[in-house]
Design a protein around this ligand. Structure first.
Ligand code: PMP
Ligand code: GLN
Length: 399
C-alpha cells in the first residue's frame, strides 16, 4: 500500500518505479577533451593531431612476441603484481638508466596503463579531507581520482609563459594535511622537462614532511636537445617517498594496449597491490610475456628521443613561416602553438572552428588549466607519419 502511494502511474496505468536517488561523485566532470576532439575529427573527416597516439605502426617483432606468447599458452591469469620476468626487466631498466635498484619481487607492479597506476596510487593513500597538490595544466585523470577518494585537489598553476614551477605556491600549500604532490615530467601538454636542480629543490621542500610524491613519467624516453630525463627514482630523497608511474603504450607505439607499471618502496607498494588486487587483479598475460622479452634490448627505448626529436624538428621546419609562435618542446610528443597574433578567440572555440572549417583536430590547452585559464595555445601531437605532419603544416601555414 505504502509503496504505491509513493509511486507514479505510467500513462498505461502500470506503476512506475520510485526514482532512485543518488548524487554524482564527479558532478563537474565532462567528457574528456580527448574523446571530444577525436569524435569531432571523425565527424568532420579531419586530420587528427589532437589525442596523443602515433598514426604509424608499432614494431612487428613485438606483435609477434605477443602472438608467440598466446601460442605458447600464456593465456590464463598472470600473477597479480605482474610476471616476474617483466618486473625484473623493469627493475633492470631503471637500474641501467637511473642507478636505482627496485626489488622486482616487492617494489614493481604491472598495470593497465599508467592511468591505472595513477589511480591505484591515489586511491591507496588519499583519505577524505587530505590535500593533493597538482601542478596545472595537468593530465585529466589526476583530479577526479583525488575527488573520488574524498581528497581535496589543490591546483598549483605553472607560471606563464614557459610553464615554470611556482615554488612559492608549492611551499605555501605544503602542510601537515598535504598527503601528496603529483608531478608529470616530461610534462603534458607543455613538453617541459625538469632539471636536476629543480628535482633537488623539490627534495629539499619535501624533506621533513609526510607528503608522498606521485611522479607521472610516461614520456620518460622522449627528451630532446641533449637533455636527460631525471627520474624521481634517481633522487634518493625523493624516491623514498615516491610512486613512479610509466607507460609502455607511450614508448612502444601501442597506446591501445594499455600496459604500464609503477615502482615504489616496498611498504608503499604493499598498499598499492592491495587495491590492484581487488581492482583488476592482474593485466594481460601474453603482452607481459612479450614485453619482458622486448625490454631485453635497450635500443628499443634508447632510440626514442632521437626518433621523436627528428619528428619535432621536421614539423617545426614545415611551419617556420606560419603565424603561430612556439618554444620547441623539450620533451613528450606534443608541441604547443600560440596563436595570439592570429585571433583572440578563446582556444576551445578556435579549436572547434579549426576542426569544422579547416579539418584539423587539435587540443585547446585551457581544458587542462586551473579555472580554464586561456593562454591561446593549441597542442599538436607530432607522433605522426611525415605525410600527416606535412598535411597538418599545410593547414597551419594557411591560417
Ligand atoms: N599521464 C600522462 C601525462 C599522459 O599523457 C597519459 C596519456 N597517455 C597517461 C598518463 C596515461 O597513460 P596510459 O595510456 O598508459 O594509461
Ligand atoms: N595521454 C593522451 C593525450 O594527452 C590521451 C590519453 C587519453 O585519451 N586518455 O593526448
Amino acid at each position: 500500500m505504502g509503496r504505491q502511494n509513493f509511486s507514479e502511474l505510467h500513462a498505461n496505468g502500470s506503476l512506475m518505479a520510485t526514482p532512485i536517488s543518488y548524487s554524482s561523485k564527479l558532478p563537474g566532470e565532462q567528457a574528456s577533451i580527448f574523446s571530444v576532439m577525436a569524435q569531432k575529427a571523425r565527424k568532420y573527416k579531419a586530420l587528427d593531431v589532437s589525442q596523443g597516439y602515433p598514426d604509424f605502426e608499432m614494431d612487428p617483432d613485438l606483435q609477434n612476441l605477443v602472438t608467440g606468447a598466446m601460442q605458447q599458452g600464456k593465456n590464463q591469469y598472470a600473477p597479480l603484481e605482474g610476471l616476474a620476468a617483466l618486473r625484473e626487466q623493469i627493475s633492470l631498466k631503471i637500474q641501467l638508466l637511473h642507478k636505482k635498484t627496485y626489488d622486482y619481487l616487492s617494489e614493481v607492479t604491472v598495470t593497465n596503463g599508467a592511468t591505472q597506476a595513477l589511480f591505484l596510487a591515489i586511491t591507496a593513500f588519499v583519505r577524505p579531507g587530505e590535500k593533493v597538490l597538482i601542478l596545472k595544466p595537468a593530465y585529466d585523470s589526476y583530479e577526479p581520482a583525488v575527488t573520488i577518494s574524498g581528497g581535496i585537489p589543490v591546483p598549483i598553476p605553472l607560471k606563464d609563459p614557459e610553464y615554470e614551477i611556482n615554488w612559492e605556491a608549492l611551499e605555501e600549500n605544503l602542510g601537515p594535511d598535504t598527503r601528496m604532490i603529483i608531478i608529470n615530467n616530461p610534462h603534458n601538454p607543455s613538453g617541459r622537462v625538469w632539471s636536476r636542480e629543480e628535482m633537488n629543490k623539490l627534495a629539499g621542500l619535501l624533506q621533513d614532511t609526510q607528503t608522498l610524491l606521485l611522479s607521472d613519467e610516461v614520456y620518460e624516453h622522449l627528451v630532446f636537445d641533449g637533455r636527460t630525463h631525471i627520474s624521481v627514482s634517481a633522487v634518493s630523497q625523493l624516491a623514498e617517498r615516491a610512486i613512479v608511474c610509466a607507460s609502455f603504450g607511450k614508448i612502444f607505439h601501442n597506446t591501445g594496449w594499455k600496459m604500464g607499471y609503477c615502482v615504489a618502496p616496498r611498504e608503499l607498494m604493499k598498499e598499492i597491490q592491495k587495491i590492484h588486487q581487488i581492482n583488476v587483479f592482474c593485466v594481460h598475460h601474453p603482452t607481459q610475456s612479450a614485453l619482458a622479452e622486448y625490454l631485453k634490448e635497450p635500443r628499443h627505448y634508447l632510440e626514442l628521443s632521437h626518433f621523436y626529436q627528428t619528428k619535432r624538428d621536421y614539423f617545426l621546419r614545415l611551419i617556420r613561416n606560419s603565424r603561430f609562435q612556439w618554444t620547441p618542446a623539450q620533451g613528450t610528443y606534443f608541441q604547443l602553438l600560440s596563436y595570439h597574433s592570429i585571433t583572440d578567440q578563446p582556444d576551445v572555440e578556435y579549436a572547434e572552428w579549426l576542426v569544422r572549417e579547416h579539418r584539423i583536430s587539435t587540443i585547446p590547452v585551457s581544458v587542462f588549466n586551473h579555472n580554464r585559464k586561456d593562454w591561446k595555445q593549441l597542442r599538436i601531437c607530432f607522433a605522426k607519419k611525415d605525410e600527416t605532419l606535412e598535411q597538418a603544416a599545410e593547414v597551419i601555414n594557411k591560417l
